[in-house]
Design a protein around this ligand. Structure first.
Ligand code: S3P
Ligand code: PEP
Length: 471
């Protein structure tokens, strides 16, 4: 059984610089384009020379949401450095303000949250609009369902209103929550009236950090232990951060538990760079000839590093430098250089550790010699878009040989890509993945609706231009 606390996460001393494979083996793990942005959000991308330079990637989106939420629940002030100023965390901040928490303007340099002290949210005067953010809606459902007497209505954009909420509403109802919504209470708009909840031991049918987190956050307001067992362990940022805010958290195998009721206390936190955002540069520098990038302060939490495992297996040249612990999360600088990639198979227990990186891994696979098979990834169908369909359709427009399977993709790599008109389907990760594919396509690519990158990476386009020396 692991008790989560800073001490338990401390690292052994490690060399200054090593490959991802030797870093992992050492056991430390266990703990030039010209782009026009027209007013309609379309971008023109053409291939250029190698990508070179240093990047401080955007703050981790998952950790940013949790820092804001726990700060909003805690007694006293929480100070957060490096918070992602993307649209999704802005949605979380907007909800917390509507509930009575004071959240200062979101700046990477620092955000202050004056918490309400658990259980004293005020009833929001307006429908809570969660924009495009599944994490906001699912985690806030867990918190709100446990606030006795509080009435709330929750909605979001067309993508969020089409995403399944039953996976979170069902366990919360088992705890005694009253939640209503469209399609038999399974889709937003949702309404709820907070209730005193009972703890449960929930066996989740899906490996989902959002489901796990919603139940654990509701458990903060219950009497006794609330636990969630997953088929495969998902990202553990909630467990780590709850421990940092003073909750009693236990982790054993794929079961995470929290003991309520808890009075959280405000903290000072530093959010690491998002490995899901770094993934675009890891693949870009691998496939664009003559590239070398140094990605600074990237989170390498073991529940998130599936992308590094897969790229290492594909033959990528990625070195881990200056691995350290920052604010309860492992971080490192990642140096990546161009390399010849080989196809691989991606599936099974690896999937939750790289779930958001599959669109960009599909791009890497297009440039790798041989057939890459991605399986066990049907969850991608219920993200901001159906990412299996949108990536297969749009990469095919660029000339990729890619077939969609019920739970994945089959990609015959090594065939040259050609510039074409493509679209993001309003999905930030699809937009950024297509932009990277366009860097190795012959001729110009026109990407429609590329501004949605701001959901998770507001400076993505600016960075791409800078790295290609075309500022
Ligand atoms: O908990 C989180 O912060 C997230 C969990 C994942 O979703 P699931 O829980 O649906 O797998 C991931 O895809 C999402 O981008 C962020
Ligand atoms: C799926 C994602 O986020 P969310 O579920 O929070 O909308 C994502 O960022 O890729």
């Amino acid at each position: 059984m692991a008790l989560y606390g800073t001490r338990a996460l401390l690292y052994q001393a490690i060399p200054e610089r090593q490959s991802w494979t030797s870093f992992r083996k050492a056991g430390v793990q266990s703990c030039p384009a010209s782009m026009g942005n027209k007013m309609d959000g379309s971008y023109t991308i053409s291939p250029g020379s190698g990508l070179r330079g240093k990047i401080t990637v955007a703050g981790d989106k998952s950790i940013s949401h949790r820092a804001l939420m726990l700060g909003g629940l805690a007694a006293g002030q929480t100070r957060i450095e490096g918070l992602l100023p993307g649209e999704d965390p802005q949605s979380t901040a907007h909800c917390l303000r509507a509930l009575g928490a004071e959240v200062s303007e979101i700046k990477e340099s620092g955000v202050r949250v004056q918490g309400t002290a658990s259980g004293s949210f005020c009833e929001p005067q307006q429908v809570l609009d969660m924009g495009n953010s599944g994490t906001t809606m699912r985690l806030m459902l867990g918190i709100l369902a446990a606030q006795p007497g509080l009435f709330c209505a929750l909605t979001g954009d067309a993508s969020l209103r089409s995403r399944p909420m039953q996976r979170v509403a069902a366990p919360l109802r088992q705890m005694g929550a009253l939640i209503w919504g469209r399609e038999g209470g399974s889709k937003a708009p949702l309404a709820l009236v907070g209730q005193p909840l009972q703890p449960i031991h929930y066996a989740s049918p899906v490996a989902s950090a959002q489901v796990k987190s919603a139940v654990l956050l509701a458990g903060l307001f219950c009497e006794g232990w609330t636990s969630v067992t997953e088929p495969v362990r998902s990202r553990d940022h909630t467990e780590r951060m709850l421990a940092a805010f003073g909750a009693e958290v236990q982790v054993e195998g794929t079961t995470a538990s929290v003991r309520g009721p808890v009075r959280l206390s405000g903290q000072s936190l530093r959010v690491p760079g998002d490995i899901s955002s770094a993934a675009f540069w890891l693949v870009a520098a691998s496939i664009v000839p003559d590239s070398e990038l140094l990605l600074l302060n990237v989170g390498i939490n073991p529940t998130r590093t599936g992308i590094l495992d897969v790229l290492a297996e594909m033959g990528a040249d990625i070195a881990i430098e200056d691995a350290r612990l920052s604010g309860g999360e492992p971080v490192a600088d990642l140096r990546v250089r161009t390399a010849a990639l080989q196809a691989c198979t991606i599936g099974g227990e690896l999937i939750p550790r790289l779930i958001d990186e599959i669109p960009i891994l599909a791009v890497a696979a297009c440039c790798a010699a041989g057939r890459t098979v991605i399986r066990d990834a049907a969850e991608l169908r219920v993200k901001e878009s159906d990412r299996l369909t949108t990536m297969a359709r749009e990469l095919r427009r660029l000339g990729a040989r890619i077939e969609e399977q019920p739970d994945g993709l089959t990609i015959e790599g090594g065939h040259p890509l050609q510039g074409a008109d493509v679209e993001s389907h309003g999905d930030h990760r699809v937009a950024m993945s297509l932009a990277i594919a366009a860097l190795v396509a012959q001729g110009r690519t026109q990407l429609a609706d590329g501004q949605c990158a701001a959901v998770s990476y507001p400076r993505f386009w600016e960075e791409l231009e800078r790295l290609q020396g075309r500022e």
